[in-house]
Design a protein around this ligand. Structure first.
Ligand SMILES: [Zn+2]
Length: 256
């Protein structure tokens, strides 16, 4: 897939910047050209021939305002003032080509995150930006930064879960609960992850598919624990029957 010309799957459009009023050139992906290559347990969908997440952020190169394209126009007047004062005054024009690299896409997502911070946007917006940054680091096999942003996404989704109304980023309560569990698992917090998965598995209102996903991830933790800790057969049997509490110390170390 390296030989394809990415620009064939992308087209240009122009929108108005809600902060400074300039015309903003944006790149859009021809969604009809996308095929799903794989799905990850934290809802990352891998597409080919181009990664549409690279094009999720719209950025005004004149004033530095950046946001997910879905909420680019949803900026309130008090937020505009904050962005003008804290971002536009420090902004330097950046040149981007006709197709973004993963590194450029990550920078753009971080700019959106900075704008959300400055504007005091909802926690869920920040959480989704962090999760997408983690996904893009995964796409370039940068595990250290992926984990860093998984942890940031986890903290912000937890905050969003406790203060915002559902749906959060299009997810109902149990889907959000599952995602928090899965982010805990990826961050190495196995006991917290198991707690979240148990809630989902036992919640009457949770969808069957989601309960199955929670069950699969719970099993995965059990397998990870066994794989990471070679030991005598008797101990192994004990662990399987006793569950998760026993060797947490060792696993926390392994995942630091
Ligand atoms: Zn602007």
């Amino acid at each position: 897939m390296d030989n394809i010309n990415k620009e064939d799957f992308i087209f240009k459009n122009t929108v108005d910047c809600p902060v400074c009023g300039s015309k903003v050139d944006v790149l859009l992906v021809k969604t009809s050209s996308l095929r799903i290559k794989g799905k990850d347990s934290d809802f990352y969908v891998e597409y080919e021939p181009v990664n549409p997440y690279f094009y999720d952020v719209w950025l005004c190169n004149i004033c530095g305002y950046a946001s997910m394209k879905s909420d680019f126009k949803e900026v309130k007047s008090y937020q505009i003032e904050k962005i003008k004062n804290e971002i536009s005054t420090k902004w330097h024009f950046k040149t981007y080509g006709n197709a973004y690299s993963a590194d450029e896409a990550i920078i753009r997502l971080k700019l959106a995150l900075l704008n959300y911070d400055v504007a005091g946007a909802k926690e869920s917006k920040k959480a989704m930006a962090c999760l997408k940054i983690a996904w893009l680091y995964r796409s370039i096999q940068d595990e250290e930064n992926e984990t860093l942003y998984i942890k940031k996404a986890l903290e912000t989704f937890k905050e969003a879960y406790s203060v915002e109304d559902f749906p959060i980023c299009g997810m109902d309560k149990f889907t959000t609960m599952y995602l928090i569990g899965e982010l805990h698992r990826r961050a190495g917090n196995f006991d917290e992850a198991l707690k979240q998965f148990s809630y989902v598995m036992t919640a009457q209102e949770a969808k069957k598919k989601l309960k199955e996903m929670a069950y699969d991830q719970k099993e995965l933790i059990r397998e990870m624990k066994i794989e990471n800790e070679p030991k005598k057969e008797d101990d192994l049997q004990n662990d399987i029957s006793e569950g998760t509490n026993k060797k947490q110390g060792l696993f926390s170390k392994l995942f630091k």
